[in-house]
Ligand binder design. Structure first.
Ligand code: KIV
Ligand code: ZN
Length: 524
């Protein structure tokens, strides 16, 4: 067996698990598969694809990614419970010797007393028993003492030693609530290296949340104290304020090798594409001044800076846009591009489409190229995203006409397709979007309350594609929806209809299901 390079930091990506727990960022199966493919191109070492027992959708996603992925290890999350570990094992098994079970159990006093109501010795026993059980399915078992940074260091060392003896091959130290500060978190990792005699038999990872904006700094401090795995997400997506951002940690390690003395295997030129893909597929926008991938990350505004840049780029830039894969020009295809060129370009972008999907995407691309002068990569991602919603659509939008202005009552005429049936109606509203949504409510007979509505331009230019993201409450259920178009009212109507279709699917499933047992809450 090849010896591990002791200076290589493992990048464990949890965009599809912890990242998906970011409110409003839930993804459908097709979207997760595309992101997993891009993570492969990015050359992450481990993909945490989901929490298999949390829902049938999570199980399916982990299993499908385990079946289809090639390079990275595929991990699934499990509580220290037999049923979780069995379900997780079933989901990750298709990855063969790349399958990992990630078991977690809280260890801090606050969680022991209030959440688990268990004493230290019971926690220790439960962790050891379930790590052993997980090892009966796979050779690669990770254990996370949840809320490790608020756990008594002596107990953390004790449980770490015990689970390594029980067969854990990776120990992940989470700062679950983002409470730690770098000096202290680095010290904690150093403490474990000093006080856990068998620590050399496992790899130490860290998993930092960003509640104080310190997730990357804490992860770096841990690396400086011996950790050799960092858990992170694209764009720092994640529960609450998110997780350590993959692009920031990877670039920090790459640029500051002089100080840190470690490397990762990340193909940094794939960072920008991964960032855009995740942003678009989740509807979570990237703030303009976000490090590494924000729109302003390489923009120089002041005259002094611009002058310096013209004389010597490194005066004001520590990395170049090309290092992270920001293309010189994103203009990709024109309306005369053929199917083959389209497919080759989609492959280059990381999308592997079936013949039928390629045909559908190509036709939508031609329609778009007819409407707008320039089609950018982001437009193509939006087209694929629209196609990948994989929500069986009870209703599809056939036609929308609105009439609105400052001195007229806004009215909308909408035509929807429902199976073989074509429905048509018109209604007035307080502005064109309101009129369109009211018309659809009337036609479908399902009343929705718009809780959240955001519109943003996917690409630049006055003819840019707009993406609408909505959150709608239908009969007590809150569902997200997304839609894109060069027309903002149409994008809004599509997003609303997408939410309605999701609601109808959920309601249909609920009607068929046996009374549900309580599902575990998804983890931070
Ligand atoms: O934040 C956390 O503690 C987690 C663990 C499951 C690793 O997400
Ligand atoms: Zn977490």
């Amino acid at each position: 067996m090849k010896a591990r390079d002791k200076n290589r930091v493992i990048i464990f990506d949890t965009t599809l698990r912890d990242g998906e727990q970011c409110p409003g960022a839930s993804m459908r199966l097709g979207e997760k598969i595309q992101i997993a493919r891009q993570l492969e191109r990015l050359k992450v070492d481990v993909i945490e694809a989901g929490f298999p027992i949390a829902s049938p959708g999570d199980f399916e996603a982990v299993k499908t990614i385990a079946e289809q992925s090639k390079g990275p290890r595929i991990a699934g999350l499990a509580r220290c419970l037999k049923k979780d570990i069995e379900r997780c094992a079933e989901a990750v098994m298709p990855a063969g010797n790349r399958a990992r079970i990630h078991a977690f159990l809280a260890t801090s006093a606050i969680h022991r007393e209030f959440k688990l109501k268990k004493a230290k010795n019971e926690i220790l026993r439960q962790a050891v028993e379930h790590v052993k059980y997980a090892r009966s399915f796979v050779d690669d078992v990770q254990f996370s003492p949840e809320d490790a940074s608020r756990t008594e260091p002596e107990f953390l060392a004790e449980i770490t030693r015990a689970v390594i003896d029980a067969g854990a091959t990776t120990i992940n130290i989470p700062d679950t609530v983002g409470y730690a500060i770098p000096s202290e978190f680095g010290r904690l990792i150093g403490y474990l290296f000093e006080h856990v005699p068998n620590i050399g038999q496992a790899i130490v990872h860290v998993h930092c949340h960003n509640d104080l904006g310190l997730a990357v700094a804490n992860s770096l401090a841990a690396v400086q104290n011996g950790a050799r795995g960092v858990e992170c997400t694209i764009n720092g997506l994640g529960e609450r304020a998110g997780n350590c951002s993959l692009e920031e940690i990877a670039m920090a390690i790459r640029l500051r090798k002089d100080e840190l003395g470690v490397t990762t295997g990340i193909q940094t030129k794939e960072i920008f594409r991964a960032s855009r893909m995740v942003s678009q597929l989740t509807g979570m926008m990237i703030q303009r001044n976000k490090a590494v991938v924000g729109a302003n990350a390489f923009a120089h505004e002041s005259g002094i800076h611009q002058d310096g840049m013209l004389k010597e780029r490194s005066t004001y830039e520590i990395m170049s846009p090309q290092d992270v894969g920001i293309p010189e020009s994103e203009l990709v295809l024109g309306k005369h591009s053929g199917r083959h060129a389209f497919r080759v370009h989609m492959n280059k972008m990381g999308f592997k489409l079936t013949d039928a999907e390629n045909e559908l995407a190509y036709n939508r691309f031609i329609e778009l190229a007819d409407k707008k002068k320039a089609v950018y990569d982001d437009d193509l991602i939006a087209i694929v995203q629209d196609m990948l919603q994989d929500v069986p659509s009870a209703y599809t939008l056939q036609y929308l006409h609105v009439s609105a202005g400052s001195d007229t009552v806004a009215t909308a005429t909408v035509q929807l397709q429902k199976g073989e049936e074509t429905l048509q109606d018109a209604a007035c509203g307080d502005g064109p979007v309101d009129a369109a949504l009211k018309t659809m409510d009337r036609m479908t007979g399902v009343q929705g309350t718009l809780l959240d509505y955001a519109l943003h331009a996917i690409t630049r230019g006055k003819d840019a594609m707009a993406e609408a993201t909505v959150s709608v409450r239908f009969a007590g259920e809150t569902v997200p929806g997304k839609g894109s178009s060069t027309d903002v009212v149409e994008a809004s109507a599509k997003a609303y209809l997408n939410a309605l279709n999701r609601h109808l699917v959920n309601r249909g499933m609920a009607a068929r299901k046996k009374p549900a047992k309580r599902k575990p809450r998804k983890k931070a």
